[in-house]
Design a protein around this ligand. Structure first.
Ligand code: BGP
Length: 461
């Protein structure tokens, strides 16, 4: 069966500034929270590899961009590093950053690749974190100024923008579960950070529209469908609440401009509602997205809690459910993530039916593998497992599109194996394998397969 995708479908991959650029404290860049955390606790990074040791896109950009063409890209998402453009987060612009991003955008376009530019991928400038990060509403305004400058500098050529990548992740990591700096467990702060992030996103969208640039702006959300263990009312309720906290908390305000009333009720019940939100809510309501990016790696399965929660413990959404491993599920053991391709179809229909069929793209989907360099034989890396993963997800995506969901692109994570936060190079995801010692690049079998996928705008399934 030949699966063909809509005309002008966007094929490509996603990456981010801090994960690829290297030169993390050179060429005028200010520190961000990753530079700081690595200085403080290098042992929390896999093999003690920090943000300086990335694929060095800053220096290799001119050679790497043709590799995008060789691996089937007609579009590519990366981010601007806020602390490279504004070393202090606000104040003066770093002219070297302007030169670098101009050269990158121009080179992408010269190679026939549509640039999709994101403004924030977990990388808060340290100077902004030092004044409270998104706990401080002022930082939302600084973000909007940085966004407005980016539109003014690059918006003549960049026509697809994202404000944030997976904004719930810096909330979870930094303020609930301790896997990002500032490593706090503070639900009150988490809610405020989440709220001010949405406010910052809406302010940036407002700035974009004010510049009348004839492009589109959206947000990337990691929508992880919540599946109940069973149809028992308690399990169904658990799944509904997980969905409220982990998906609808950002999806509803981003697309509809409003928060799910039940989420607000739950936050009130736990005394977590921030005060003084009126004006910011109006900004969020007025500035919904033109389109969505959806990152999908794995589903979430939940069931009713087996024990009563401790009412005195710091609140986390798990107050209302237990995570659940479905017997018989297929797991990527290297990540301990379930593989469930149909999740992409369920997302497609959810957006079609409950979010006004907003245009969207798969902005990340990928398969991380440990010690993948050991699989190189005679100079080739035959990552058939990854091709299988893409094929099966694309089958379900195609079905969702055939049934009317308005998806216009599919990006994998990622282009060249890249540094991934505290996991560093633990899990390799690239279409191209990176030798950490020499920096040399090797196109994996999936990279060649992706080129054919792009050239045929589809594949035989
Ligand atoms: C996504 C992030 C990416 C990337 C990816 C893989 O959620 O947007 O930045 O890191 O996950 O992550 P890991 O290497 O930790 O498996």
């Amino acid at each position: 069966m030949k699966l063909t995708f809509p005309d002008h479908f966007m094929w490509g991959s996603a990456a981010s500034a801090t994960q690829t650029e290297g030169a993390s404290q050179q060429f005028g860049k200010g520190k961000n929270i990753w530079d700081r955390w690595f200085e403080l606790e290098p042992e929390r990074f896999h093999n003690r590899v920090g943000p300086e040791h990335t694929s060095q896109f800053y220096q290799n950009m001119k050679e790497d961009i043709p590799r995008l063409v060789a691996t089937g890209h007609n579009s590519f998402r990366t981010s601007i590093s806020w602390s490279r453009l504004y070393p202090e987060g606000t104040g003066d612009i770093n002219p070297q950053a302007v030169d670098f991003y101009n050269a990158m955008i121009d080179a992408l376009i010269e190679n026939g690749i549509t640039p999709i530019i994101n403004l924030f991928h977990f990388d808060m400038p340290l100077a902004m974190q030092d004044i409270g990060g998104f706990e401080n509403e002022q930082v939302a305004h600084h973000f909007a100024r940085y966004a407005a400058s980016s539109f003014r500098l690059f918006g003549d050529r960049v026509k697809y923008w994202f404000t944030f990548n997976e904004p719930i992740v810096h909330v979870e990591g930094g303020y609930l579960y301790n896997f990002h700096y500032p490593n706090r467990v503070d639900p009150q702060a988490a809610v405020r950070v989440a709220f001010n992030t949405l406010y910052a996103s809406a302010l940036a969208i407002e700035q974009y529209r004010a510049q009348e640039q004839d492009g589109k702006i959206g947000i990337v959300l990691n929508l992880t469908p919540s599946y109940p263990r069973s149809q028992h009312p308690a399990d169904l309720r658990a799944a509904e609440i997980a969905d409220l906290f982990f998906n609808r908390s950002f999806l509803d305000p981003a697309v509809k401009g409003t928060f799910p009333p039940e989420l607000l009720t739950l936050l009130e019940k736990h005394n977590l509602m921030p005060s003084g939100l009126g004006q910011a809510c109006a900004v969020i309501q007025r500035n919904t997205v033109d389109f969505l990016g959806v990152n999908y790696y794995h589903p979430r399965r939940v069931c009713a809690r087996h024990s009563l929660p401790n009412p005195e413990a710091p609140f986390t959404p798990e107050y209302y459910f237990d995570n659940y491993t479905m017997p018989g599920s297929r797991i990527n053991e290297d990540k301990n993530w379930e593989i469930y391709e149909k999740g992409l179809y369920d997302i497609a229909l959810n957006i079609r039916d409950n979010y006004g069929n907003t245009p969207w793209m798969v902005s990340e989907n990928g398969f991380g593998v440990k010690d993948e360099r050991n699989r190189i034989v005679n100079g080739e890396l035959n990552d058939d497992y990854r091709i299988q993963f893409y094929r099966d997800h694309l089958f379900w995506l195609h079905k969702g599109i055939a049934e009317g969901s308005h998806c216009f692109g599919y990006h994998v994570w990622t282009f060249i194996d890249n540094w991934s936060w505290s996991n560093a190079y633990r899990n390799r995801y690239g279409l191209i394998s990176l030798d950490l010692q020499t920096g040399s690049r090797l196109v994996k079998k999936s990279g060649h397969w992706f080129k054919a996928l792009h050239d045929n705008n589809g594949f035989d399934y």
